[in-house]
Design a protein around this ligand. Structure first.
Ligand SMILES: *[C@@H]1O[C@H](CO)[C@@H](O)[C@H](O)[C@H]1NC(C)=O
Ligand SMILES: *[C@@H]1O[C@H](CO)[C@@H](O)[C@H](O)[C@H]1NC(C)=O
Ligand SMILES: *[C@@H]1O[C@H](CO)[C@@H](O)[C@H](O)[C@H]1NC(C)=O
Length: 315
Protein backbone atom coordinates (compact mmCIF):
# COMPACT_ATOMS: atom_id res chain seq x y z
CA UNK A 1 0.00 0.00 0.00
CA UNK A 2 2.66 2.45 1.06
CA UNK A 3 4.73 1.64 -2.02
CA UNK A 4 1.78 2.46 -4.24
CA UNK A 5 1.26 5.68 -2.38
CA UNK A 6 4.86 6.75 -2.81
CA UNK A 7 4.92 6.00 -6.49
CA UNK A 8 1.58 7.73 -7.03
CA UNK A 9 2.86 10.78 -5.14
CA UNK A 10 5.92 10.95 -7.33
CA UNK A 11 3.87 10.55 -10.49
CA UNK A 12 1.78 13.50 -9.32
CA UNK A 13 4.92 15.44 -8.57
CA UNK A 14 6.38 14.75 -12.00
CA UNK A 15 3.21 16.12 -13.59
CA UNK A 16 3.15 19.27 -11.44
CA UNK A 17 3.82 22.55 -13.20
CA UNK A 18 7.17 24.05 -12.37
CA UNK A 19 7.17 27.11 -10.11
CA UNK A 20 9.67 29.32 -8.38
CA UNK A 21 11.08 27.84 -5.19
CA UNK A 22 10.71 31.09 -3.28
CA UNK A 23 9.19 31.77 0.10
CA UNK A 24 6.31 33.58 -1.58
CA UNK A 25 5.52 30.52 -3.62
CA UNK A 26 5.68 28.19 -0.63
CA UNK A 27 3.45 30.48 1.40
CA UNK A 28 0.96 30.88 -1.42
CA UNK A 29 0.73 27.14 -1.88
CA UNK A 30 0.18 26.66 1.84
CA UNK A 31 -2.63 29.15 2.00
CA UNK A 32 -4.29 27.58 -1.01
CA UNK A 33 -4.30 24.19 0.76
CA UNK A 34 -7.72 22.70 1.67
CA UNK A 35 -9.20 24.81 4.43
CA UNK A 36 -8.68 23.54 7.94
CA UNK A 37 -10.77 25.09 10.67
CA UNK A 38 -9.39 26.62 13.85
CA UNK A 39 -11.00 23.74 15.75
CA UNK A 40 -8.94 21.32 13.60
CA UNK A 41 -5.77 23.27 14.39
CA UNK A 42 -6.53 23.33 18.11
CA UNK A 43 -7.15 19.58 18.12
CA UNK A 44 -3.98 19.04 16.09
CA UNK A 45 -2.00 21.08 18.65
CA UNK A 46 -3.75 19.18 21.45
CA UNK A 47 -2.77 15.85 19.83
CA UNK A 48 0.88 16.89 20.05
CA UNK A 49 0.54 18.31 23.57
CA UNK A 50 -1.03 15.04 24.79
CA UNK A 51 1.95 13.19 23.33
CA UNK A 52 4.45 15.50 25.03
CA UNK A 53 2.52 15.52 28.30
CA UNK A 54 2.47 11.73 28.50
CA UNK A 55 6.13 11.55 27.41
CA UNK A 56 7.33 13.69 30.33
CA UNK A 57 5.05 12.09 32.93
CA UNK A 58 6.22 8.64 31.82
CA UNK A 59 9.90 9.66 31.79
CA UNK A 60 9.66 11.19 35.26
CA UNK A 61 8.12 7.99 36.58
CA UNK A 62 10.61 5.78 34.67
CA UNK A 63 13.77 7.49 35.93
CA UNK A 64 14.87 9.10 39.19
CA UNK A 65 16.83 12.31 39.68
CA UNK A 66 19.85 10.15 40.57
CA UNK A 67 19.58 8.17 37.33
CA UNK A 68 19.53 11.40 35.31
CA UNK A 69 22.52 12.69 37.31
CA UNK A 70 24.47 9.45 36.68
CA UNK A 71 23.73 9.78 32.97
CA UNK A 72 25.32 13.25 32.96
CA UNK A 73 22.27 15.44 33.69
CA UNK A 74 22.90 16.73 37.23
CA UNK A 75 20.60 18.91 39.39
CA UNK A 76 18.63 21.00 38.68
CA UNK A 77 17.90 18.96 35.53
CA UNK A 78 15.24 16.74 37.11
CA UNK A 79 13.43 19.72 38.66
CA UNK A 80 13.48 21.48 35.31
CA UNK A 81 12.01 18.37 33.65
CA UNK A 82 9.18 18.51 36.21
CA UNK A 83 8.61 22.13 35.21
CA UNK A 84 8.51 21.19 31.52
CA UNK A 85 6.11 18.36 32.33
CA UNK A 86 3.88 20.78 34.22
CA UNK A 87 3.93 23.20 31.25
CA UNK A 88 2.81 20.44 28.88
CA UNK A 89 0.05 19.39 31.27
CA UNK A 90 -1.12 23.01 31.40
CA UNK A 91 -1.06 23.26 27.58
CA UNK A 92 -3.30 20.19 27.40
CA UNK A 93 -5.75 21.67 29.91
CA UNK A 94 -5.71 25.05 28.14
CA UNK A 95 -6.36 23.70 24.63
CA UNK A 96 -9.02 21.31 25.93
CA UNK A 97 -10.79 24.20 27.65
CA UNK A 98 -10.50 26.44 24.56
CA UNK A 99 -12.12 23.75 22.39
CA UNK A 100 -14.88 23.13 24.91
CA UNK A 101 -15.54 26.87 25.26
CA UNK A 102 -15.92 27.09 21.46
CA UNK A 103 -18.31 24.11 21.50
CA UNK A 104 -16.00 21.53 19.88
CA UNK A 105 -15.08 18.06 21.13
CA UNK A 106 -11.42 17.82 22.24
CA UNK A 107 -9.16 14.87 21.42
CA UNK A 108 -8.25 12.69 24.38
CA UNK A 109 -4.88 11.18 25.23
CA UNK A 110 -3.84 8.13 23.17
CA UNK A 111 -1.50 5.29 24.09
CA UNK A 112 2.10 5.72 22.98
CA UNK A 113 5.33 3.79 22.47
CA UNK A 114 8.31 6.07 22.98
CA UNK A 115 11.01 3.43 22.72
CA UNK A 116 12.95 5.06 25.57
CA UNK A 117 15.45 2.76 27.27
CA UNK A 118 17.51 5.03 29.52
CA UNK A 119 17.80 8.67 30.66
CA UNK A 120 20.04 9.60 27.71
CA UNK A 121 17.61 8.32 25.06
CA UNK A 122 14.82 10.05 26.99
CA UNK A 123 16.61 13.41 26.72
CA UNK A 124 17.50 12.85 23.06
CA UNK A 125 13.86 12.02 22.25
CA UNK A 126 12.74 15.05 24.26
CA UNK A 127 15.01 17.26 22.15
CA UNK A 128 13.49 15.97 18.91
CA UNK A 129 9.91 16.25 20.23
CA UNK A 130 10.40 19.85 21.39
CA UNK A 131 11.92 20.74 18.02
CA UNK A 132 9.02 19.15 16.14
CA UNK A 133 6.57 20.94 18.47
CA UNK A 134 8.11 24.30 17.54
CA UNK A 135 7.93 23.48 13.83
CA UNK A 136 4.31 22.38 14.26
CA UNK A 137 3.15 25.62 15.89
CA UNK A 138 5.20 27.69 13.46
CA UNK A 139 3.80 25.86 10.43
CA UNK A 140 0.22 26.02 11.73
CA UNK A 141 0.41 29.76 12.43
CA UNK A 142 -0.39 30.68 8.81
CA UNK A 143 -3.54 28.51 8.96
CA UNK A 144 -5.06 30.04 12.12
CA UNK A 145 -7.93 32.43 11.37
CA UNK A 146 -8.66 33.83 14.83
CA UNK A 147 -6.23 36.46 16.13
CA UNK A 148 -6.97 35.31 19.68
CA UNK A 149 -6.00 31.71 18.92
CA UNK A 150 -2.92 32.90 17.02
CA UNK A 151 -1.68 34.82 20.05
CA UNK A 152 -2.45 31.86 22.32
CA UNK A 153 -0.57 29.49 19.99
CA UNK A 154 2.32 31.97 19.85
CA UNK A 155 2.49 32.07 23.64
CA UNK A 156 2.84 28.27 23.69
CA UNK A 157 5.37 28.28 20.83
CA UNK A 158 7.77 30.59 22.67
CA UNK A 159 7.68 28.34 25.74
CA UNK A 160 8.27 25.18 23.66
CA UNK A 161 11.27 26.89 22.10
CA UNK A 162 12.65 27.66 25.58
CA UNK A 163 12.21 23.99 26.51
CA UNK A 164 14.04 23.06 23.31
CA UNK A 165 16.94 25.44 24.02
CA UNK A 166 17.33 24.05 27.55
CA UNK A 167 17.20 20.39 26.51
CA UNK A 168 19.57 20.97 23.58
CA UNK A 169 22.00 22.75 25.84
CA UNK A 170 21.83 19.84 28.33
CA UNK A 171 22.88 17.55 25.47
CA UNK A 172 25.83 19.77 24.60
CA UNK A 173 24.10 21.09 21.47
CA UNK A 174 23.81 24.77 20.62
CA UNK A 175 20.62 26.09 22.27
CA UNK A 176 19.96 28.30 19.21
CA UNK A 177 21.65 26.65 16.21
CA UNK A 178 20.00 28.79 13.53
CA UNK A 179 18.63 32.34 13.17
CA UNK A 180 15.38 30.78 11.88
CA UNK A 181 13.19 27.87 12.96
CA UNK A 182 11.59 25.57 10.38
CA UNK A 183 7.82 25.59 9.76
CA UNK A 184 6.36 22.16 8.97
CA UNK A 185 2.93 21.36 7.52
CA UNK A 186 0.32 19.38 9.45
CA UNK A 187 1.03 16.24 7.42
CA UNK A 188 4.80 16.56 7.83
CA UNK A 189 4.41 16.87 11.60
CA UNK A 190 1.90 14.05 11.80
CA UNK A 191 4.33 11.81 9.89
CA UNK A 192 6.87 12.40 12.67
CA UNK A 193 4.35 11.97 15.51
CA UNK A 194 2.53 8.90 14.17
CA UNK A 195 5.26 6.34 14.94
CA UNK A 196 4.91 7.17 18.66
CA UNK A 197 1.10 6.77 18.66
CA UNK A 198 -0.17 3.24 19.31
CA UNK A 199 -3.91 3.74 19.63
CA UNK A 200 -6.34 6.61 20.18
CA UNK A 201 -9.83 6.60 21.70
CA UNK A 202 -12.29 5.68 18.93
CA UNK A 203 -14.44 8.73 19.62
CA UNK A 204 -11.57 11.20 19.17
CA UNK A 205 -12.55 13.75 16.50
CA UNK A 206 -10.86 12.88 13.21
CA UNK A 207 -8.12 15.28 12.12
CA UNK A 208 -7.50 16.33 8.51
CA UNK A 209 -3.98 14.88 8.57
CA UNK A 210 -2.20 11.97 6.92
CA UNK A 211 1.25 10.54 7.33
CA UNK A 212 3.78 10.03 4.54
CA UNK A 213 5.98 6.92 4.22
CA UNK A 214 8.83 6.85 6.73
CA UNK A 215 12.17 8.42 5.87
CA UNK A 216 15.00 8.21 8.37
CA UNK A 217 18.61 9.23 8.51
CA UNK A 218 20.97 6.25 8.78
CA UNK A 219 23.03 6.39 11.97
CA UNK A 220 26.03 8.70 11.68
CA UNK A 221 28.80 9.62 14.08
CA UNK A 222 26.74 12.69 14.86
CA UNK A 223 28.82 15.01 12.70
CA UNK A 224 26.49 15.97 9.86
CA UNK A 225 27.49 19.26 8.26
CA UNK A 226 26.70 21.06 4.99
CA UNK A 227 28.52 19.26 2.17
CA UNK A 228 28.46 15.89 3.93
CA UNK A 229 26.78 12.95 2.19
CA UNK A 230 24.22 11.11 4.31
CA UNK A 231 21.94 8.14 3.73
CA UNK A 232 18.17 8.52 4.02
CA UNK A 233 16.47 5.16 4.53
CA UNK A 234 12.99 4.34 3.19
CA UNK A 235 12.13 1.34 5.39
CA UNK A 236 8.47 1.01 4.43
CA UNK A 237 8.43 2.11 0.82
CA UNK A 238 10.28 1.66 -2.41
CA UNK A 239 10.43 5.20 -3.70
CA UNK A 240 11.15 5.23 -7.42
CA UNK A 241 10.50 7.72 -10.17
CA UNK A 242 7.15 7.06 -11.83
CA UNK A 243 8.71 6.49 -15.26
CA UNK A 244 11.83 4.79 -13.96
CA UNK A 245 14.11 7.52 -15.20
CA UNK A 246 13.32 10.87 -13.64
CA UNK A 247 15.42 12.20 -10.83
CA UNK A 248 14.41 11.96 -7.15
CA UNK A 249 15.29 14.94 -4.97
CA UNK A 250 15.69 15.53 -1.28
CA UNK A 251 14.14 18.83 -0.25
CA UNK A 252 15.60 20.38 2.89
CA UNK A 253 12.83 22.46 4.44
CA UNK A 254 13.56 26.02 5.59
CA UNK A 255 11.41 29.08 6.28
CA UNK A 256 12.73 30.72 3.10
CA UNK A 257 11.73 27.71 1.00
CA UNK A 258 12.96 24.20 0.31
CA UNK A 259 16.56 23.62 -0.77
CA UNK A 260 16.70 20.77 -3.28
CA UNK A 261 19.48 18.33 -3.89
CA UNK A 262 19.50 15.26 -6.15
CA UNK A 263 19.06 11.95 -4.31
CA UNK A 264 20.98 8.89 -5.48
CA UNK A 265 19.24 5.52 -5.06
CA UNK A 266 21.15 2.99 -2.94
CA UNK A 267 20.06 -0.22 -1.27
CA UNK A 268 17.30 0.65 1.21
CA UNK A 269 17.17 4.35 0.45
CA UNK A 270 19.02 7.29 -1.06
CA UNK A 271 22.23 9.16 -0.46
CA UNK A 272 22.09 12.94 -0.49
CA UNK A 273 24.65 15.65 0.10
CA UNK A 274 23.50 18.24 2.63
CA UNK A 275 23.14 21.37 0.45
CA UNK A 276 24.28 24.90 1.17
CA UNK A 277 21.32 27.26 1.49
CA UNK A 278 21.19 29.84 -1.32
CA UNK A 279 22.52 33.32 -0.56
CA UNK A 280 19.98 35.16 1.60
CA UNK A 281 18.19 31.93 2.51
CA UNK A 282 17.85 30.49 6.02
CA UNK A 283 20.91 28.31 6.75
CA UNK A 284 20.55 24.54 7.06
CA UNK A 285 21.60 24.14 10.67
CA UNK A 286 20.20 22.60 13.85
CA UNK A 287 17.29 20.15 13.83
CA UNK A 288 16.82 19.64 10.10
CA UNK A 289 14.01 18.08 8.04
CA UNK A 290 14.32 16.55 4.58
CA UNK A 291 11.60 14.99 2.42
CA UNK A 292 11.86 13.09 -0.85
CA UNK A 293 10.11 14.56 -3.87
CA UNK A 294 9.99 13.84 -7.58
CA UNK A 295 10.55 17.45 -8.64
CA UNK A 296 12.89 20.23 -7.62
CA UNK A 297 10.53 23.19 -7.68
CA UNK A 298 7.92 22.88 -4.92
CA UNK A 299 7.16 20.92 -1.75
CA UNK A 300 3.52 20.54 -0.79
CA UNK A 301 1.53 17.91 1.06
CA UNK A 302 0.52 16.68 -2.40
CA UNK A 303 4.07 16.22 -3.66
CA UNK A 304 5.97 14.69 -0.72
CA UNK A 305 6.84 11.04 -1.44
CA UNK A 306 8.44 10.16 1.91
CA UNK A 307 9.53 11.84 5.09
CA UNK A 308 10.42 14.11 6.66
CA UNK A 309 13.58 12.58 8.08
CA UNK A 310 14.90 14.41 11.15
CA UNK A 311 18.59 14.89 11.87
CA UNK A 312 20.95 17.40 13.41
CA UNK A 313 23.14 19.51 11.11
CA UNK A 314 26.05 21.23 12.81
CA UNK A 315 27.74 24.45 11.73
C1 LIG B 1 9.27 4.21 30.11
O1 LIG B 1 9.69 2.89 30.27
C2 LIG B 1 9.06 1.94 29.40
C3 LIG B 1 9.53 0.54 29.80
O2 LIG B 1 10.91 0.45 29.71
C4 LIG B 1 9.44 2.29 27.96
O3 LIG B 1 8.81 1.38 27.08
C5 LIG B 1 8.98 3.69 27.66
O4 LIG B 1 9.37 4.06 26.33
C6 LIG B 1 9.58 4.66 28.67
N1 LIG B 1 9.01 5.98 28.38
C7 LIG B 1 9.66 7.10 28.66
C8 LIG B 1 9.01 8.35 28.18
O5 LIG B 1 10.71 7.16 29.25
C1 LIG C 1 32.92 15.25 15.37
O1 LIG C 1 33.99 15.97 14.81
C2 LIG C 1 34.84 16.57 15.78
C3 LIG C 1 35.88 17.42 15.06
O2 LIG C 1 35.84 17.27 13.70
C4 LIG C 1 35.48 15.47 16.62
O3 LIG C 1 36.29 16.05 17.63
C5 LIG C 1 34.38 14.66 17.28
O4 LIG C 1 34.95 13.56 17.96
C6 LIG C 1 33.41 14.12 16.23
N1 LIG C 1 32.31 13.48 16.93
C7 LIG C 1 31.93 12.24 16.68
C8 LIG C 1 30.79 11.74 17.49
O5 LIG C 1 32.50 11.57 15.85
C1 LIG D 1 16.24 21.04 -11.18
O1 LIG D 1 16.00 20.14 -12.23
C2 LIG D 1 16.40 20.62 -13.51
C3 LIG D 1 16.06 19.55 -14.52
O2 LIG D 1 14.74 19.14 -14.39
C4 LIG D 1 17.88 20.94 -13.51
O3 LIG D 1 18.24 21.50 -14.74
C5 LIG D 1 18.23 21.90 -12.37
O4 LIG D 1 19.62 22.07 -12.30
C6 LIG D 1 17.72 21.34 -11.07
N1 LIG D 1 17.99 22.28 -9.99
C7 LIG D 1 18.37 21.86 -8.78
C8 LIG D 1 18.55 22.93 -7.75
O5 LIG D 1 18.55 20.69 -8.50
Amino acid sequence: MKTGFAVAALAAVAAAAPGTPSMTNRMKIRQAAPAVTDADILNYALTLEHLEDKFYREGLSNFTADQFASAGFPAPFYDNLKEISSDEQTHVAFLTAALKAAGYPAVQECTYAFGVTDPKTFVMTSSILEGVGISAYLGAAAEIMSATYLTAAGSILTVESRHSAYIRSSLGESPFPSPFDVPLTLDEVYTLAAPFIVECPSDNPELPVKSFPTLMSAPTNGNITVGKTITLLTPDSVVKPADGSSQIYAAFITVTGPVFTPATAVDGGFTVTVPMAPKGGAPISGQTYAVLTGCNTTVTDETVAAGPAVFEVRM
